[in-house]
Design a protein around this ligand. Structure first.
Ligand code: ATP
Ligand code: MG
Length: 423
């Protein structure tokens, strides 16, 4: 067994002041009950890199049932991995029991034909658990017993050199869980790390394994990729590693058909998502899906029109085709898919600037999302008029001024009829 490097408190920058107080409570209670209690994963990594951690994961040698006994506010979840969730109001602290190494055969571990782990509840100690983690930088432990950092995989070197490296044989690790390919991209984008050549090389060959991942899990991963404030970088890395085709195949196809405008539109959209996140503004998955599938919907609509369908039916059919193809890959909760549809349906209504139609568009519950979307289309060069400026301007007016602007065209002063030329 490999012995770890122990980095004492004096030699690292992790301070308890930066650890969530509820995570500390869980760590201390486990420790006082005689169990090992360590912070692990993204929390340790982010603190070492002076980032603000998204969440704090805890590892322990207490079995899930033992954790449950210690905490009244605790629920056991998961089948694939059994975990304890400790609740503090709306905050959840995840506590995972150390798992045994993969080579150890056991009835509690189930693989499928391609090597993917389907169920895995074999417990071990920290020296086993570490090899199950994905990247070296995610496999550092912060020990509440003496505030040291425990490093089995030379992770501190990778942290210093900004290198993302899979633990173990990359090919095997990706086959066990293909989502690790997306995690590689997410961490490279989020931390601005370089993916080690051995870790990046198999991605080009194994991307297709993502097709076996259940749509609900891919949906979660897609949101993590695009809603972490680094959507543009994530998108560019997905393109570089040829993975976009496995998440949004219809978007990939549209991009390949030489659509520079669509690519510009996507980059602008993702950039605006990043900006909203960094400004602390709310974001919705509906916007991401609406953007990613916009050109596919337009292309399909055009096909239906050419086959003789009227415009509105053509778009309805196109939306239904594109959405049903996408949900086979990544699910979209219904509350969002209806917003995606609204954003699309409302686009052509920005052409009407007078009367009832324009007024009801301004008052539509999804006006704001549809308007932002339309302006991004304008910015990407898809629209050749001043729609964005016009609809921006009208929102800044008082309701009387708006009314004046929205007066139906027929109330505008009529042009004089030309008198017949005298013969
Ligand atoms: P984030 O900042 O997004 O929370 P994280 O690294 O903490 O990043 P989590 O999904 O919260 O990611 O997982 C916590 C830890 O569990 C990881 O750091 C890693 O050690 C381990 N882990 C998570 N998913 C996998 C996986 N698919 N394969 C192996 N280890 C994993
Ligand atoms: Mg985490």
């Amino acid at each position: 067994m490999t012995s770890p490097t122990i980095i004492p408190r004096s030699d690292h920058c992790i301070s308890r002041d930066n650890i969530d107080e509820n995570a500390l409570k869980v760590l201390y209670r486990l420790h006082r009950a005689g169990y090992r209690a360590l912070l692990v994963g993204g929390g340790v990594r982010d603190l070492l890199l002076n980032h603000v951690p998204k969440d704090f994961d805890i590892a322990t040698d207490a079995h899930p049932e033992q954790v449950k006994k210690l905490f009244g506010n605790c629920r056991l979840i998961g089948r694939r991995f059994r975990l304890a969730h400790v609740f503090y109001g709306r905050e959840i602290i995840e506590v995972a029991t150390f798992r045994a190494s993969q080579d150890q055969p056991d009835d509690d571990r189930v693989h499928d034909d391609s090597g993917r782990i389907l169920r895995d509840n074999v417990y071990g100690d920290m020296g086993d658990d570490v090899w199950r983690r994905d990247f070296t930088i995610n496999a550092l432990y912060y020990d509440i017993a003496d505030f040291s950092v425990v490093d089995y995989t030379n992770a501190m070197v990778d942290i210093k050199q900004h290198t993302l490296r899979l633990i173990g044989d990359p090919d095997t690790r990706y086959r066990e869980d293909p989502v690790r390919m997306l995690r590689a991209i997410r961490f490279a984008a989020k931390l601005d790390f370089t993916i080690h050549p051995d870790t990046e090389q198999p991605i080009y060959e194994l991307g297709a394994l993502l097709r076996d991942i259940p749509p609900a899990r891919l949906y979660d991963e897609i949101l993590k990729l695009f809603h972490s404030g680094k959507a543009v970088q994530s998108f560019q890395l997905l393109q570089k590693y040829q993975l976009l085709q496995h998440l949004f195949p219809q978007a990939e196809l549209a991009l390949q058909s030489n659509s520079e405008t669509f690519e510009r539109f996507l980059i602008h959209s993702l950039h605006s998502t990043d900006k909203r996140i960094n400004d602390g503004k709310p974001i919705t998955p509906a916007f991401l899906y609406a953007a990613m599938l916009w050109k596919p919907v337009q292309d399909k609509t055009e096909q239906y029109r050419q086959a003789g369908e009227p415009a509105s039916i053509a778009m309805q059919n196109a939306i239904s085709d594109v959405m049903s193809a996408q949900v086979k890959i990544s699910s979209i909760p219904r509350r969002f898919s209806s917003v995606v549809r609204d954003i699309w349906y409302l686009q052509h209504r920005f052409n009407y600037r007078h009367g009832r139609r324009a007024r009801s568009l301004l008052g539509h519950t999804k006006f704001r999302a549809a308007y932002d979307f339309m302006c991004l289309r304008g910015k990407a060069g898809e629209l050749d008029d001043d729609s964005c400026e016009w609809w921006t301007n009208i929102q800044s007016l008082s309701s009387e001024e708006q009314e004046r602007l929205l007066q139906p065209a027929r109330n505008a002063p009529r042009k004089r009829r030309k008198s017949k030329p005298k013969s």
